[in-house]
Design a protein around this ligand. Structure first.
Ligand SMILES: *Cc1c(COP(=O)(O)O)cnc(C)c1O
Length: 561
């Protein structure tokens, strides 16, 4: 396309008659992008090629110079500009070991492209019939995976695991205070989640106007799951003060340690406390944004083991399954396909066990327009917080068809296997890197280093350390974060300052800092673990040596334990 022909603005659109010429223009652009991206790849690095200094005045300089071009550029030039954005971008190679930032799979991307071909609006099935059909499909598919009855359940695709938690809270408020939609939210409603829960609920409390002071944090057990004895105590306390517990978020699983709340025990606790006080049971949302995909193992035949997983992998998956099997006891839940579902952002699926619950947050209660239960032209999503919605369901649909249950099982089992190998290798070659989520098999390993004179992890968990000791250990681990951060173009690890809140010997409490190996790239294999551990050992040794030398110089005497 030269600049002359650009006077016909139709050149910038796909054809309306299916002509090959326009199709080839699009294919050419796709090819430019695919080839251009491939040319930037290096399987032994974490970043795509190209140098870009994003520090200093990088963004300010953009603000100073960037404006809309008076004349449009040639598409090939635009393609070059787009590729330039990708320079030095993190990429999901074998050494990409940080947090839940997955690669978008080929079927996931293809599903997006299919959606863009018609660009329907999933506000209403008349405007977006393809997206609506895919949405009903994926609701049925994932309801079955979660153990919901697809003829009773409902749901929709939304803005993230956070959007799911938010709508769960909206429903919870509506269950207890039907007038709240008109009159505003009463000030005696309380929500609960564990200390290890995602901050989504905190934000939702703000946004609904309940306020984060009405969010009660329940203690966690050493495996990062909710301590339901503490839940019981805190529910009682709230009720005793005249509050009403409306919402409990059971995290299945946590983003840091992969702790999995026992939804069955959370539900029983909520039920029995509520009944004892003549109250309705609070709405229970399973925050399965990350861990929900492990429900694919709920109906795996562990005896016959058709996918031939090794005994240790099977054992790990069995432990996860013993918790995930209770998912269907939650009133609502979420599958974040942009996490373990292998689709691009944003592709999150919110499910409710009983589709009727969506009416609670609908615009007009006299209508019951929930997904899958009405005819064409009547599926109008008045209950979503969004108005216009993308047809992200098509991408989800595509991935589910292409991977199949076995595809997801294989991928997750591979992540688990690499983690097991990593832990074994640490124990063997790098015991100074202490695994601090040993009771959580899965795709994440948290590890922590300790100063010489400070007691270790189990002592911390048992409340045997002083606040000062834990602070010193945290500080040392923060230096490890920094050292690993400096080398993240080589290997990219995650970290957290919020692993396990522990009690201290001197009556305080504090969270533990830990570095994180998050297996998320399909390209990370067991054979890479040796090299990963060698690298970590090297970086940690330098941090430890520097820390100990520094303490000596400062004349810090070992603290009494
Ligand atoms: C990622 C995550 C969320 C937030 O999900 P988004 O899709 O980023 O909005 C909530 N809860 C848990 C447990 C998560 O891992």
């Amino acid at each position: 396309m030269d600049r002359e022909s650009m006077t016909d603005i139709r050149q910038l659109f796909p054809s309306d008659d299916g002509n090959a010429e326009r199709r080839n223009v699009m294919l050419g652009l796709f090819e430019q992008l695919l080839k251009g991206t491939d040319a930037l790849k290096d399987p032994d690095a974490v970043y795509l090629k190209g140098s870009k200094d994003r520090s200093g005045s990088f963004y300010r300089d953009i603000l100073k110079t960037s404006s809309v071009p008076a004349q449009g550029m040639k598409m090939e030039e635009v393609g070059d500009k787009l590729l330039h954005l990708l320079h030095a971008h993190p990429y999901h190679t074998k050494y990409f070991l940080t947090n839940i930032l997955p690669m978008a799979s080929i079927p996931g991307i293809a599903g997006m492209l299919a959606a863009f071909m018609v660009n329907g609006n999933n506000l209403w099935d008349v405007y977006g019939p393809a997206g609506a059909e895919a949405e009903v499909n994926v609701i049925a598919m994932m309801s079955r995976v979660a153990g919901y009855d697809p003829l009773v359940s409902g749901g929709y695709t939304t803005w993230g695991g956070q959007g799911a938690i938010f709508t769960g809270l909206r429903m919870a408020i509506a269950k207890f205070a039907p007038e709240a939609k008109r009159r505003g939210v009463p000030d005696n409603l309380y929500a609960f989640c564990s200390e290890a829960a995602h901050y989504s609920l905190y934000k939702s409390m703000e946004a609904t106007g309940l306020g984060s002071d009405r969010l009660v944090r329940v203690r966690t057990l050493p495996d990062s799951s909710m301590d339901t004895a503490d839940l019981r105590r805190k529910l009682e306390q709230v009720i005793h003060k005249g509050g009403i517990p409306v919402y409990i978020v059971a995290t299945t699983s946590t983003t840091d340690a992969m702790g999995i709340d026992d939804v069955s025990s959370v539900r029983e606790t909520a039920q029995s406390v509520a009944a004892a006080h003549g109250l309705q049971r609070p709405h229970i949302h399973a925050d399965s944004a990350l861990g929900g995909f492990f429900a694919f193992f709920n109906d795996y035949d562990f005896e016959a083991n058709p996918l031939a997983f090794s005994a240790p992998v099977l054992e790990a998956l069995g432990a996860i399954r013993s918790r995930m099997i209770h998912l269907s006891l939650a009133d609502s839940l979420c599958f974040d396909f942009q996490k373990l579902g292998q689709t691009p952002y944003t592709t999150s699926l919110f499910l409710v066990k009983n589709a009727q619950d969506l009416n609670l947050v609908d615009l007009e209660p006299e209508e019951t327009p929930y997904v899958g239960h009405r005819g064409y032209g009547q599926y109008h999503t008045g209950y979503t917080l969004e108005c216009s919605r993308m047809a992200s369901s098509i991408s989800i649909y595509s991935a589910l068809l292409a991977f199949g249950a076995d595809g997801y099982r294989r991928l997750l089992a591979q992540f688990v296997e690499v983690n097991l190998a990593f832990r074994a290798e640490l124990a063997l070659r790098a015991p100074e890197l202490v695994v601090v989520n040993p009771a959580n098999p899965g795709i994440i390993t948290l590890f922590r280093i300790y100063p010489k004179d400070v007691p270790g992890f189990w002592e911390e968990v048992a409340g045997g350390c002083t606040l000062d000791q834990i602070r010193r250990t945290n500080e040392m681990n923060e230096r490890l974060f920094e050292a690993l951060g400096e080398g993240r173009d080589r290997m990219f690890f995650g970290d957290t300052k919020k692993h396990l809140v522990v009690k201290t010997k001197d009556g305080n409490q504090t969270a533990l800092y830990a570095s994180k190996l998050f297996v998320i790239s399909p390209y990370t294999q067991v054979e890479h673990v040796g090299e990963i551990v060698t690298y970590l050992k090297q970086v940690a040794a330098a941090v430890i040596a520097e820390y100990e030398a520094h303490s000596m110089k400062e004349g810090l005497v070992p603290l009494e334990t």
